[in-house]
Every structure is written in structure tokens, then in C-alpha cells.
Design a protein around this ligand. Structure first.
Ligand code: ATP
Ligand code: MG
Length: 311
């Protein structure tokens, strides 16, 4: 691997250049904060003129160079990101899976990013006659996602009319423009306030990292460094550090419940017959494991967030 190259680009990283990895992110909107936060957690500083780019303070510039990582950020509308990456204007991008699927460009999705979670769903008037997707045959569906919806309807063998609109899809049934809608939902409150009910989820989405399929080896080298940091940040978010006291005769059972990164660390306590056990628990198993630890005599359980996790 070319380490000299990396050293050089890191040192010269305050000036924009061909050697930098170019990343496209949403300029403002639902993915802006998550994108900036992730770069920050990866130790990558992005400044807006003299001010750091902070959540809630969208940037004024189109391109910003990081002073401490060989990366240049392009701030764009999310719909344009797959095309910019396909055309190699940007090497990589952070964008919703929903946009990647809809735009259908030649880009590679290499990592889910854990933010911007939502679903693309079909919804119908709450008190109407339509009850399931099979009732949609011959009906009109308003959406900003005609490609994904067409694909879904074809697979289900349902012939419906798709009416493409770019925004405020949720009001279409009320104004008589459509019988149903297909739109992004996260909490469901927009559907609720428009007296709509969800009848089918057709895509679960979150922000993903997309990459130009023809990325150069030099840029791939920087991308791998970024990816290593992203994975360490994600892993830390999915795990918690756990510290507890256990009677020595229960250590074996408790250690079986706590695999840790290798195995738990066990230290004797000043009080005879007791030890302190340190380990890592996966968020998904968290409550289940805690209940079992308590049931097996663990006491003084402390759960601590992990900032980064490197294996
Ligand atoms: P732009 O001006 O960049 O085109 P936009 O208005 O098209 O922005 P936003 O509403 O900011 O887009 O949403 C950006 C992305 O955030 C969506 O494509 C989707 O991946 C994600 N998202 C998460 N939750 C929701 C939600 N409840 N509604 C819409 N998008 C959501
Ligand atoms: Mg958009």
C-alpha cells in the first residue's frame, strides 16, 4: 500500500485537489445533520468559512475541504447525489437508500450508515373502502417514487395508475387527485394528521454510503480509512460497556452471558468472595442479558456508552 501517498495528502489536505476523496452530502434537509455528525464522530473536521459546520447550521458553500483528512465535501440536493457519484463528479456519497433505488444509477452501495431511517409505504384514506394492496387494481396512486412503486406493483401483479408528484403527496387523496399514496414515513404523524393509514411497507430505508464503481486505487485507499472509522463509530453505537460486581461462585455463569470483545475482564474486589466484571454487550440483546445477569447474582451493574470500538 502506498503510505507515502497518504502522508502527502494528509499534510496538504487544506487545499482542494485532485487527490482528495470527494464526498457528496445533502446540503440541507433530513440527512444533513446525520451526515455532518458522522463525519465529526470519524474525527473529520468540516468548516464553513471560519465556522465549523454544525448541526442546524447549513453551509453556504458548495464545496468544503477538511483541514485534517484528505476529503472534500460537496453539498448537494439529495436527488442529485447518485448521478454525481455515477459520473465521478463525487467519488462517494451519503444518501437515502430510497433515492438510490429510485434513481437507479450505476453506483455501488457499500455500507448502511444507521441514520435517516424511514420506510416507503402505501397509505389509503383511513375510513375509505380500500383495505389492502389488492384493492388498488385500477386505482390512482400519487407518489414521488414512480420507479420503486412500478417495480413493486409489477411484482405483485397489480395494475394501478401511478400519478407522479414531487411534494405534498399526503394531501393527494383529500383533494381528489388520487385514491392512495406511496410516500416516505418515519413516525407516521403526517399520515395520521391527513387521516391516512399505512397498508403496506414497500421499502425500509436508511442513509447509505454509495461509491463510484470506477474509483481509483488512490481514492480507494482514503475510502478504506474512512470506512474503518465509520465502522468503528457504528459498532460503538451498537454496543455498551458493562461493569458489574459478582460473587465468585457465579463468575462462570455470568461470563457465559457476557462474551465481551474477547472474554470479560475479571478483577478481584476488596471484599472477599466478590469480583468486578467488565465486558461489552450488544444493544439488541441488552435488556435480555441484564435480566439474566441480575437473576444470576450480579449487583451494582453500570452501563456506559462506548465512543469508538476498534477490534
Ligand atoms: P432536497 O432538498 O435535498 O432534495 P428533500 O426535501 O428531497 O431534500 P428530505 O425531506 O430532506 O429530502 O429527506 C431526505 C431523506 O431523508 C429522504 O430521502 C429519506 O431517505 C430520509 N428520511 C427519513 N425520514 C423521512 C421522512 N419521514 N420523510 C421523508 N424523508 C425521510
Ligand atoms: Mg430531494
Amino acid at each position: 500500500m502506498n503510505f507515502n501517498y497518504m502522508k502527502q495528502t494528509t499534510q496538504n489536505s487544506s487545499s482542494p485537489g485532485e487527490d482528495n476523496l470527494k464526498i457528496a452530502v445533502q446540503k440541507s434537509g433530513r440527512l444533513f445533520e446525520g451526515s455532518m455528525q458522522l463525519l465529526k464522530e470519524c474525527g473529520i473536521e468540516i468548516s464553513n468559512g471560519n465556522n465549523p459546520v454544525r448541526p442546524g447550521h447549513p453551509v453556504g458553500q458548495l464545496r468544503v475541504q477538511s483541514p485534517n483528512f484528505p476529503i472534500e465535501v460537496f453539498f448537494l440536493r439529495d436527488d442529485d447525489i447518485p448521478e454525481y457519484v455515477q459520473d465521478a463528479v463525487a467519488d462517494i456519497g451519503f444518501v437515502g437508500e430510497n433515492v438510490v433505488r429510485e434513481k437507479n444509477k450505476k453506483v455501488e452501495t457499500i455500507e448502511k450508515l444507521g441514520f435517516g431511517k424511514c420506510r416507503l409505504s402505501i397509505a389509503v384514506p383511513k375510513n375509505g373502502v380500500l383495505q389492502s394492496v389488492n384493492d388498488l387494481a385500477g386505482k390512482k396512486i400519487a407518489t414521488s417514487y414512480p420507479v420503486i412503486l412500478t417495480d413493486y406493483l409489477e411484482k405483485k401483479n397489480i395494475s394501478a395508475e401511478i400519478h407522479e408528484i414531487s411534494g405534498s403527496v399526503e394531501i393527494a387523496p383529500r383533494i381528489g387527485l388520487a385514491d392512495a399514496i406511496c410516500d416516505l414515513v418515519s413516525s407516521g404523524s403526517t399520515l395520521f394528521s391527513n387521516e391516512l393509514k399505512e397498508i403496506e411497507t414497500i421499502l425500509a430505508s436508511e442513509a447509505v454510503l454509495i461509491v463510484d464503481k470506477k474509483i481509483s486505487p488512490q481514492k480507494k485507499f482514503i475510502l478504506d480509512k474512512l470506512l474503518f472509522r465509520i465502522r468503528s463509530v457504528k459498532k460503538a453505537k451498537n454496543n455498551k460497556y458493562v461493569l458489574l460486581n459478582a460473587p465468585n461462585d457465579r463468575i462462570g455463569i455470568i461470563c457465559n452471558l457476557l462474551p465481551g470483545m474477547r472474554s470479560p475482564t475479571i478483577l478481584p474486589l476488596a471484599e472477599p468472595g466478590w469480583s468486578s466484571v467488565h465486558s461489552v454487550i450488544n444493544e439488541a440483546d441488552f435488556w435480555n442479558v441484564i435480566e439474566q445477569l441480575k437473576a444470576n447474582g450480579a449487583q451494582g451493574i453500570l452501563i456506559i456508552p462506548i465512543e469508538k470500538m476498534i477490534e
